[in-house]
Ligand binder design. Sequence first.
Ligand SMILES: *Cc1c(COP(=O)(O)O)cnc(C)c1O
Length: 368
Amino acid sequence: MPRPTRLTIDLRALAANAQWVRSLAQGQRVMAAVKANAYGHGLIACANVLQPLVEAFAVACCEEATQLRQAGTTKPILVLEGPFDTADVIELTHLECWTVIHSREQLGWLREAKTAGTNPPSAIWLKVDTGMHRLGVSPEDVSNITDELRSLGVVDIVLATHLAHAESPDAPLTCRQLQRWQQVAQDWEGELSLLNSAGLTEIGMSQAQQRSLEWLRPGYMLYGGRTPSAGDKPPSQAVMAFDSRIMAIRTVSVGETVGYGGHWIAQRTSQIATIPVGYGDGYPRTAENGTPVLVENRRCPLAGRVSMDMITVDVTDCPAARVGSAVQLWGQELAVDEVARHANTIGYELLTRLPERVPRVFRSLSRY
Ligand SMILES: *Cc1c(COP(=O)(O)O)cnc(C)c1O
């Protein structure tokens, strides 16, 4: 019997979430972020489901774009980090990808590729640094650089920026970024792109300048990740379920400890269940005592340190718990974001750090 720890990817939920995003998009174009293996959900399976529902895909790098093209993806693919050298420009053009250009160095590589006989990718997304200060050209340089891009034969130029604190629409940083963006946008006749998931749900279509919403770039919300205003009842569904089963169960006396370092101490006679999932499977080692784990659909507290291959859970208040009982680490009934809070991180990190070791089982659209 295989180890019962697995990831179930519900492709129907993914499709439903994409439809929901479409309804929020109010006719604007949707670019689905599928970087980092579709946020850990499986790049190709997810892209195949999303392809008819979105206008384009976004990946981080050339390697991810290559995987998509090799799998037969025909929709436009934007490479968010853009080229790392001239050879990458040539690769991107051959893959018929769009690319972000965020620096003068990258512009230089476009020029070198052109000299070497390769035209730039058919569409360039010029990244503007409105205040995140990670990537992008400064707003004052936009008109110079777009002129240079046109001189290289680029016709389609999209201006894009990224918000550093989109989940707080009223934060001074967000206001500053939106203000700078509006300045850039008002002088620009072409296409624009501003909002990711949190931007879309927290800032939305009304507050941000309508015209600046021509391309939406949702990622996390497609996979059922919660943004702050979604509260406990998100309109999107978790696409991933991380499940296992109890492999052992024992009674631990008052004062005895559980796990490495003895950091959990029994305050009462306790039933401790051991589950075959650990940090080697992507369950965060930083998860603290009390992190919820669903056992037979009941929330039970994590008890003791997460090991590489196992965790221990206090099931004293779950009398139904037996060897073989169903366990969920996160999924529909227990949001990954909640587990992440107990592990001092965010759901994005938990989803994208799941190793190959854990098998992914896909529930296909047709199975329903
Ligand atoms: C990853 C990414 C997105 C998607 O962000 P989510 O928060 O997952 O919606 C959008 N834009 C850029 C530039 C990104 O890197």
